[in-house]
Ligand binder design. Structure first.
Ligand code: GRF
Length: 206
């Protein structure tokens, strides 16, 4: 339980909840040291408080520019000695101060099979495109939107009568399943990066 996570949210926090639940089940060997929201009304803040997790609301408008905001995020996470940062519905691009503070240590969950349908309303984009398979991706965060190396993905079928809501709900089940697994994988250290590929590494037995 000595590894420490920081979770960044903007809204309902169901992915945050999936991490809280995985920790309660003993699946992660980690705890959440801090939840930060950019929005005071984010429902996920309540979930965190109910789980006894420290919360912080940092509003972008209270900072002179994006770099200062991202530096404040990095400072808060570093002060709690966070090992891994998990974006869970955090609706902001991550800038250099935070990326540099946690190189290859920031994860995001996105409701599409990246690189298809990055950005907002990914499920609606998938429906409009007419894909027959959709899904969820957990990836490392870099300076571009939804573009870092892929850690885990899961697929779901797209049904003829799907709406954005029904497809989103089906994908969300997979988000909640793979995000804790991706966190466990990253914390295990049994991975390496080769170009864009995140590959498993067998630890040498002693
Ligand atoms: C999820 O669909 C996630 O993939 C996307 O934003 C949504 C956040 O949902 N980035 P929640 O706040 O975790 O419930």
């Amino acid at each position: 339980m000595n590894r420490r996570l920081g979770v960044l949210i903007s809204g309902r926090g169901s992915n945050l909840q999936s991490l809280i639940d995985a920790i309660r089940r003993g699946d992660l060997g980690a705890r959440i040291a801090l939840v930060i929201s950019n929005r005071p009304e984010a429902a996920g803040l309540l979930r965190a408080r109910e789980a006894g997790i420290e919360t912080l609301c940092l509003r972008p408008r209270d900072f002179p520019d994006r770099a200062a905001y991202d530096q404040a995020l990095a400072d808060a996470l570093k002060a709690r000695e966070v090992d891994l940062v998990c974006l869970a519905g955090f609706m902001r691009l991550i800038g250099t101060p935070l990326l540099d503070a946690f190189p290859n240590r920031i994860l995001n969950v996105h409701p599409s099979l990246l690189p298809s349908f990055p950005g907002l309303e990914a499920q609606q984009q998938a429906l409009e495109h007419g894909v027959k398979v959709a899904g969820a991706t957990v990836h490392l965060v870099n300076e571009a939107l939804d573009a870092g190396p892929i850690v885990l993905q899961a697929t779901v079928p797209v049904m003829p009568d799907d709406t954005a809501e029904t497809l989103s709900a089906r994908i969300l089940v997979e988000e909640h399943r793979i995000y804790p697994r991706a966190v466990a994988l990253m914390l295990s250290g049994s991975w390496r990066i080769d170009g864009r590929r995140l590959l498993p590494v067998q630890k040498a037995s002693s």
